[in-house]
Design a binder for this molecule. Structure first.
Ligand SMILES: Cc1ncc(COP(=O)(O)O)c(C=O)c1O
Length: 417
């Protein structure tokens, strides 16, 4: 856990963020001066004496490579305490264990499907009351507050509908209810948004996405400036046995060095792709905060340092049209996840949000025909060309009728190619 008991201001706090990202782990090898943090694979560490562990004892509790990453993440989020976990869901699990039987938590209704499943199918069984509501409507949020409400859990932007919440306004409501505001910052990464500065009490990350960025490590993080919460999360991470392994920490430290350039490049391409999609006759709706048509465009300009690199869109012919596109692309790979260097395409109802109850999914507005595109580092013209050829495969022939969103298989031609 970063700066567990004696947080010190980083000696290079005045450096630009770009510089700190590159140099963040550079002083981690005072013995040899290595440019990268050493990888400590030891699970056990020699004690100086019976009562002095010298800083590390057992890697489930803490590991020197993991500490370097935690210090860097705490800094990037302008927080004081960070604990890292084996996945983003493990990070959410650690925070969920702050609540006990009889407590009430409010969660955004269009949250990531795995977070929905965790609270709906697991945490509820421990006697924690859970309400999934639309956090955009602040009156609804106020009305949902109960005397036992301990937390408001938000994502901004949400996965996959890319709705933003006013973090500052939610923080005011949370403070007056003496509840915690938890903000899942996975989609923005610390490059685009620093929720602790906007009033959130806890930031949660799936490091598996932008922070690592290469689709080769799973990881999660919880960051806060509250000492008590920081210590509780560190305790829970150890007690639940869900800490981030050393090698994964090392890989994420490597990925993080290019986070800012990757992210800026990806969102520049995303803007071009979103604008192109908006002009296609077979595309019914494009959701991207960088478009002036997005209802939260102004909030995004105010609250974020950019518009992100995920686009959601709907095409003609509902589910059939979406499947046709997802199965026809070549540059955009049909795969779950987001935030990596490769462009990925998926249908949330079948992939990232399949773990959400259908009724909850429909209520949140995630219909079966919605596609999600995580824009990577490929050339924008290749992504556009690929989407263009995939869209051209949508069969607008009136014989292939959809009934209530479902393809009438008897009369329909094969979906792909
Ligand atoms: C917004 C958000 N939070 C949390 C998670 C869970 O992260 P992980 O897959 O690393 O467990 C995801 C995964 O897609 C996500 O999109």
């Amino acid at each position: 856990m970063a700066n567990n008991n004696n947080h010190k201001v980083h000696p290079h706090a005045f450096w630009n963020e770009s510089t700190r990202i590159v140099h963040g782990s550079q002083n981690a090898d005072p013995l040899h001066g290595g440019l990268n943090a050493p990888l400590h694979l030891s699970t056990s560490f020699k004690w100086n004496s019976v009562e002095d562990d010298g800083g590390y004892e057992y890697s489930r509790t803490a590991n020197p490579t993991r500490t370097v990453l935690e210090e860097q993440l705490a800094q990037l989020e302008n927080g004081l305490y960070c604990s890292t976990q084996s996945t983003g869901m493990a990070a959410a699990t650690a925070v969920a264990h702050l609540f006990k039987q009889g407590d009430h938590v409010i969660i955004t209704e269009d949250c990531y499907g795995g977070v929905f499943r965790l609270f709906n199918d697991v945490i509820r069984n421990f006697g924690v009351e859970v309400s999934f509501i639309n956090l955009k409507d602040l009156d609804t949020v106020e009305a949902a507050i109960q005397p036992n409400t301990k937390c408001i859990w938000a994502e901004s932007p949400t996965n996959p509908l890319l709705r933003l919440v006013d973090i500052n306004a939610l923080s005011t409501i949370a403070n007056s209810a003496e509840a915690l505001l938890v903000l899942d910052n996975t989609f923005c990464s610390p490059i685009l948004q620093k929720p602790l500065d906007l009033g959130a009490h806890i930031v949660v990350h799936s490091l598996s996405k932008y922070v690592n960025g290469h689709s080769d490590v799973l990881g999660g993080a919880v960051i806060t400036s509250d000492k008590k919460i920081g210590e509780q999360i560190h305790f829970l991470t150890n007690a639940l046995g869900i800490g981030l392994p050393a090698f994964d920490s090392w890989l994420i430290l490597r990925g993080i060095k290019t986070l800012k350039v990757r992210y800026h490049h990806q969102q520049k391409t995303a803007q071009k792709v979103a604008e192109w999609l908006s002009n296609q006759s077979k595309v019914k709706r494009v959701i991207y905060p960088g478009l002036t048509s997005h209802p939260d465009h102004e909030l995004a300009k105010r609250q974020q340092q950019g518009f992100g690199a995920v686009i959601s869109f709907e095409v003609e012919k509902g589910t059939h049209g979406a499947k046709t596109v997802a199965e026809s692309t070549e540059v955009c790979t049909l795969a779950e996840s987001l935030g990596g260097v490769s462009t990925l395409i998926e249908i949330p109802a079948f992939h990232s949000h399949a773990s959400m109850e259908e009724s909850a999914r429909i209520k949140a507005g995630i219909n079966d025909g919605l596609l999600r595109l995580s824009v990577g580092l490929e050339a924008p013209e290749d992504i556009i060309h690929d989407l263009n050829q995939a869209l051209s495969k949508i069969d607008l022939d009136p014989i292939n009728v959809e009934l209530n969103g479902f393809v009438h298989h008897e009369v329909h031609a094969p979906v792909a190619q």
